[in-house]
Ligand binder design. Structure first.
Ligand code: SF4
Ligand code: SF4
Length: 130
């Protein structure tokens, strides 16, 4: 399977369902062995909320109302390779490991070969059911 099931562990303040992806694997590598998650430079953050509101699928962020800023509450929920919140941050306050590091993890996991195999098998399966 490409996407593993992750257990539901609650809801956040916006009522969004929170799952725990920390015990899943990423192309066969335990998710916790890949330190891919956002890091926030609070010197740059202006507390706009864009990252918190944008990450609605994986619900990586909580919001600290006292300090009016995001908190990376569930780092291993972050989808490996996603940088959407960073792209949308108006202050460039969110950073991730480098693209070259990401590609090292991709190669270590043999993710490209596994993806291609998955597609080949899916094609076969679909042609059998036609
Ligand atoms: S999007 Fe950027 S500036 Fe806005 S709350 Fe998040 S880190 Fe702070
Ligand atoms: S990179 Fe994507 S999955 Fe990770 S915290 Fe940002 S929006 Fe959420």
């Amino acid at each position: 399977m490409v996407q593993e099931e992750a257990p539901i562990i609650g809801k956040d303040i916006l009522g969004r369902t929170i799952r725990d992806y920390s015990n899943t694997t990423w192309w066969g590598i335990p998710r916790r062995e890949i330190p891919w998650f956002p890091q926030i430079d609070y010197e740059r953050c202006v507390g706009c909320g864009m990252c918190f509101l944008t990450c609605s699928g994986r619900v990586v962020y909580d919001w600290d109302f006292e300090k009016n800023r995001p908190v990376v509450a569930r780092p291993y929920n972050c989808m490996v390779g996603c940088i959407t919140c960073s792209n949308l941050c108006p202050r460039d306050a969110i950073s991730f490991p480098s693209l070259s590091q990401l590609r090292k993890w991709r190669d270590k996991a043999q993710a490209v070969a596994k993806a291609a195999k998955f597609i080949r098998e899916l094609r076969k399966e679909l042609s059998r059911t036609k």
